[in-house]
Design a protein around this ligand. Structure first.
Ligand code: PMP
Length: 356
């Protein structure tokens, strides 16, 4: 099958792909175990903002009785999300992770030549979605406290705001977001992936603004990252179009539906893991003196280059995230997910050694 030349292949591929800087995920157990000859069970993974407590035990029970031969029926899941968020079912849209929700949303709004507004450093998938749609990302640096420092330019089609922001952990205030919404006609996507770890959500603003969509996920507080379940609360006119353009069954599986329904039926479990993570976040923060965070991770400035800093942790079997792949983060920042107390102890003792 080597019949076609490179230039033939290049001519087939969409030219926008040349601008694409691929998504860089946190490192996995397998990669670090192979690279350093470590047993996977000795590795502590604090690089991908997962929840070490996992989901409610009800999830395992629910998964045991799925019918994989049938296509999924997501109605009960949508009802569960509606109950959790307090919004009607018609305003709930779901997808394979929040990534999947954003994929379909950008298909509704972005065309060749459109512009998106992305305050950086932030989650890099917004830029990938923009570029693959043929649109142009406007990467606007955040201010000294990582606040959204500039207005949304008038020609913006879609703005991607993240609060708590990944990787910096800061939140945008209601006043800031409301002022921004008042001043723009663009579609505003507010990513609240980490909101359960924060003091406050701005989801209620969707009642007031018909250009605002708030994205959420069950990957973080609910401990279901591997199940790929995200959702958003959107104005009805957007949710209606979403249902027309989304992949069949919203790209989710019957395992995802069962896991999501079960996780949402056990909010005390989720709240308890969030409480433990927040308390560990405070403990870590006292030692590492990172930027204040309202998420399940801390953003640190590193003395040495972040590449080297992170490598020293990896060599000790502790995976943390080098932030060089985030636009605007520079060469001296790392991100550490808050783990269990014993995982955090491992991190802290390595930190004392590396930073002494
Ligand atoms: N938004 C932000 C800010 C994230 O950090 C992530 C996960 N890395 C996502 C969205 C995607 O979440 P999901 O697992 O639901 O696709």
């Amino acid at each position: 099958m080597e019949s076609h030349s490179d230039s033939w292949r290049q001519a087939k591929l969409r030219p926008v792909l040349r601008q694409l800087k691929p998504y860089v995920a946190g490192k996995g157990f397998g990669e670090i175990s192979r690279k350093y000859g470590l047993k996977p069970e000795t590795i502590v993974k604090l690089g991908s903002n997962e929840n070490p407590y996992g989901p409610s035990p009800k999830v395992a029970q629910a998964l045991a009785s799925i019918s994989p031969e049938r296509y999924p029926e997501p109605e009960e899941l949508i009802a569960g999300i509606a109950a959790y968020t307090g919004f009607p079912e018609e305003m709930i849209i779901i997808g394979a992770g929040m990534d999947g929700v954003m994929d379909t949303l950008t298909r509704l709004f972005l065309e060749k030549g459109d512009r998106t507004f992305i305050p950086t450093p932030t989650f890099s998938y917004y830029e990938i979605l923009t570029i693959t749609a043929g649109a142009i990302p406007n990467l606007a640096p955040r201010g000294p406290q990582f606040e959204i420092a500039s207005r949304v330019p008038t020609d913006t089609k879609m703005a991607f705001l993240c609060s708590p922001n990944n990787p910096t952990g800061n939140v945008a205030s209601e006043e800031e977001i409301a002022a921004l919404l008042e001043s723009t006609n663009s579609i505003v996507f507010l990513d609240e992936a980490y909101v359960e770890f924060a003091d406050k959500s701005l989801i209620r603003l969707v009642e007031r603004y018909d250009n605002l969509i708030v994205g959420r996920t069950l990957s973080k507080a609910f401990g279901l990252a591997g199940m790929r379940l995200g959702y958003a609360v959107a104005p009805r006119w957007i949710a209606d179009q979403y249902r027309r353009a989304a992949p069949p069954f919203y790209g989710i599986s019957c395992a995802t539906v069962a896991a999501g329904v079960a996780a949402l039926s056990d909010l005390p479990f989720m709240r308890l893991s969030v409480k433990k993570i927040i308390s560990e976040r405070q403990r870590l923060q006292m030692v590492v003196k990172a930027y204040p965070s309202q998420a399940n991770f801390l953003y640190l400035e590193t003395q040495q280059e972040s590449r080297e800093f992170v490598e020293r942790f990896m060599a000790r079997g502790i995976i943390i995230r080098d932030c060089r792949s985030f636009w605007g983060a520079g060469e001296h920042h790392a991100r550490v997910t808050v783990g269990t107390p014993s995982e955090n102890d491992r991190f802290l003792s390595a930190f004392q050694e590396i930073c002494k």
